[in-house]
Design a protein around this ligand. Structure first.
Ligand code: CLF
Ligand code: SF4
Length: 424
């Protein structure tokens, strides 16, 4: 049994208070950088569409560019120069960090060569932990995330389609058994060797939601430091594409319950495998391979891709999940459907506080419409006909969508282009 003093000592030694994901206090102060050097995966999660980043750590809807370890090293040098508070370099996909161990290992060595002090963080499904945990510890990695969705193979068989392990393909109960066994053994080993283990759990209604407290209890027993219960955001094209997205209310309830056993991460941004910067300010675009060779389009002249300004209603900046009238702020993006850049957030006074009051809030509605009058379109979950008409009068297109902000923005750009073609 580890004493409280020993645990505190380990936290200090590992500089966990400088890790923006492990420490809530650190997430406004310290930046992380992901190196997308791990494209392949060795299991098949039913919530995953491999056209996207690993959903165990990211939200669906974006695919990160893949770098070689050498490119990762060069990118790290560029980022380090510009972001002084960079404390962590993470490898979190786009597939599984350990399913691409050679690239992952090479990248860690390359980064350490440039900066021996930067913290290295890995995220994995845990399948290869029993064979690689000792090496991970030896490389000086002190923060590892393992996604554990269940402890029972019967549940696992409903979540994982296949497990590819040591040259063999396993499915159903057999595959899940191997995966769960390896995840738990790996967590125990890492924790015993003073690695701070974060356990991600994807909360899936009627599949594993009822079982999550047992998972948290078990991983706590094995020495996990924190758990991060994440919502299922159904990825199009995945087996679970028709499943319901986990509601934030249910998620918070589950976190409250599990908090009694283990501290809960509540500030996760489900960021991209190439995310850079503070958790709430992703600067990935600024440092992408693309940005080195192609400047952001700035003109709206013929022959160039048009750049649009779009106002988005979103609760947390991930999904288009707010009604137009319920928005207390608009996120203003600049995009050509390819490049996406968050410019600013623009606060407004909500005008709709319930059906009864809606009509009486005309002045407020007008103020909201004026506040986004410089945009080309508004992207929102729902919008009334009157508000749409008023926006049209100001030259703004209304686009309703109920998906990730990135995909919604692409759809809005398509509609804006169609509109141009139709009126030409
Ligand atoms: Fe990256 Fe993950 Fe390390 Fe953080 S992210 S590998 S632990 S450095 Fe952080 Fe992003 Fe949430 Fe991950 S906010 S998705 S928890
Ligand atoms: Fe997809 Fe990640 Fe699962 Fe692999 S571990 S199948 S990349 S969600």
């Amino acid at each position: 049994m580890i004493s409280v003093t020993d645990a505190e000592e380990t936290v200090k030694r590992n500089r966990t208070c400088e890790h923006p994901c492990y420490s809530k206090d650190a997430h406004h102060k310290y930046a992380r950088m992901h190196l997308p050097v791990a494209p392949r995966c060795n299991i098949g999660c039913n919530y995953c569409n491999r056209k996207y980043d690993c959903v165990n750590e990211s939200r669906p809807g974006v695919t990160s560019e893949v770098l070689t370890p050498q490119e990762a090293k060069e990118k790290f040098a560029r980022v380090k120069e510009k972001i002084a508070n960079l404390s962590v370099v993470g490898i979190a996909g786009p597939g599984d960090a350990l399913a691409n161990w050679e690239e992952t290992k090479e990248s860690i060595a390359a980064i350490k060569e440039l900066d021996p002090d930067v913290m290295i963080c890995l995220s994995t499904n845990g399948l290869r932990l029993p064979e690689l945990a000792a090496e991970i510890v030896k490389l000086g990695v002190r923060h590892v995330t393992v996604t554990v969705n269940c402890l029972e193979a019967e549940i696992g068989a409903r979540i994982y389609r296949f497990v590819h392990y040591q040259g063999q393909n396993y499915s159903g109960l057999e595959g899940s058994k191997i995966l769960i066994r390896n995840q738990l053994a790996g967590i125990e080993y890492l924790a015993r060797h003073q690695v701070m283990v974060k356990v991600n759990i994807v909360m899936i209604k009627d599949i594993n939601d009822w079982h999550i407290p047992a998972v948290v209890k078990k991983v706590k027993e094995l020495g996990a430091f924190i758990s991060n219960i994440m919502p299922l955001i159904p990825a199009p094209g995945s087996v679970y594409e028709a499943f319901l997205q986990t509601s934030m209310k249910d998620l918070e309830k589950m976190r409250d319950k599990c908090q009694l056993d283990l501290q809960q991460m509540r500030h996760c941004k489900q960021c991209r495998a190439d995310a850079i910067g503070l958790l709430e300010e992703d600067r990935a675009q600024e440092f992408s391979k693309h940005s080195l060779t192609k400047a952001m389009p700035v003109a709206t002249t013929a022959g160039k891709r048009e750049l649009y300004q779009i106002a988005v209603t979103s609760k947390h900046g991930k999904l288009v999940d707010l009604h137009f009238g319920h928005a207390g702020e608009f996120l203003i993006y600049q995009t050509d459907g390819d490049f996406i850049r968050l410019l600013k957030s623009r606060p407004v006074e909500k005008y709709c506080r319930g059906m009864a009051e809606c009509d009486a809030e005309e002045a407020k509605r007008q103020a909201v419409i004026d506040a986004i009058g410089d945009c080309d379109a508004v992207l929102t979950m729902r919008i009334g006909e009157q508000a749409q008409q008023k926006l049209r009068g100001k030259g703004l297109l209304s686009v309703e969508a109920c998906y990730t902000v990135e995909d919604g923005l692409r759809l809005a750009v398509e509609r804006l282009r169609q509109g141009k073609t139709e009126s030409a």
